[in-house]
Design a protein around this ligand. Structure first.
Ligand SMILES: Cc1cc2nc3c(=O)[nH]c(=O)nc-3n(C[C@H](O)[C@H](O)[C@H](O)COP(=O)(O)OP(=O)(O)OC[C@H]3O[C@@H](n4cnc5c(N)ncnc54)[C@H](O)[C@@H]3O)c2cc1C
Length: 250
């Protein structure tokens, strides 16, 4: 509304639902996050820090304490800003979104949720109520962001999620980028490969080639493309290290 992108006739205050829709809990191998969970509660969640550290990484670099005390994950995802950090996080970890309306409930993936900049699949009589994130064994995740100053929107950012096979090779890996065209890059070629620097360098080159940044006050498109590649490599390496740590603990 402040950006004059919407001029609704009525505004509904959902803040009274914060108690019901503010939670982070484990459920049958998933982590479930209520849509009104605030940034600060995501940052301070021991469950996320232990199992989905990508959220902790991202929350450390989103805005400032004032915004984090009030802003919610649901508001962040529904804003659908292409530079939004939690959208890249949720895409990287293959989150499912629960949308509820007068006619019932539906569960969709991030690829269906965002229909374009500032546009989502949430209908007029619906709201996002929950985010469900699978946590398979031997999984790790990480988020890397470059911003011009602390708490600013990203110049470029990359989220990565890695699942290792019992033999230590990569069983599955996903990368999602923010602020560089909103592309989700799934480096399927990583499947079966060793989680080595060479593997991650290949994925970084793929991500840099696949993204579509624009030149603006945050940097040239060439610079952003380069940063997206570097951050992809770092995020994948850290995610794989965390996956190995989970394997050793398990
Ligand atoms: C100064 C500042 C700095 C920021 N920096 C960053 C940053 O570095 N990185 C980053 O990723 N973000 C950043 N943000 C964005 C911020 O994280 C999100 O905008 C915020 O979390 C969303 O706030 P909110 O929950 O109050 O949602 P609102 O602003 O109230 O809502 C946003 C939109 O989503 C809709 N909506 C909200 N909740 C739901 C729901 N449950 N179901 C359906 N629709 C819903 C609203 O109707 C509205 O259209 C920044 C914001 C500010 C003000």
């Amino acid at each position: 509304m402040k950006l004059r992108l919407a001029a609704p006739q009525y505004v509904i205050d959902i803040d009274p639902l914060a108690g019901v829709l503010g939670y982070v809990r484990a459920h049958n191998g998933d982590i479930r996050i209520g849509a009104m969970t605030r940034h600060r509660d995501l940052l301070e969640s021991p469950l996320l820090n232990e199992l989905l550290a990508i959220f902790t990484d991202a929350e450390r670099v989103i805005a400032d304490p004032v915004v984090r005390n009030r802003g919610t994950i649901g508001g962040a995802l529904c804003q659908a800003d292409p530079s939004e950090d939690l959208s890249a996080v949720c895409a990287a970890v293959d989150a499912k979104l629960v949308i509820k309306g007068v006619s019932g409930e539906r569960v969709i993936g991030m690829d269906e949720f965002h229909r374009g900049p500032y546009e989502t699949a949430v209908g007029p009589a619906e709201m996002l109520v929950e985010i469900r994130v699978p946590v398979p064994p031997r999984a790790g995740s990480a988020y890397e962001k470059v911003d011009r100053r602390v708490g600013d929107w990203a110049v470029a950012a990359a989220g990565a999620a890695v699942v290792l096979a019992p033999d230590g090779t990569i069983a599955n890996a996903r990368v999602a980028l923010a602020a560089v065209g909103g592309e989700i890059v799934s480096p399927v070629r990583l499947k079966g490969r060793e989680p080595s620097p060479e593997t991650f360098a290949d994925a970084a080159a793929e991500a840099a080639a696949a993204c579509d940044p624009v030149t603006d006050q945050r940097g040239s498109k060439e610079y952003k493309r380069h940063v997206a590649g570097v951050l992809t490599e770092r995020a994948l390496a850290r995610a794989a290290t965390r996956a190995r740590e989970h394997e050793e603990e398990g």
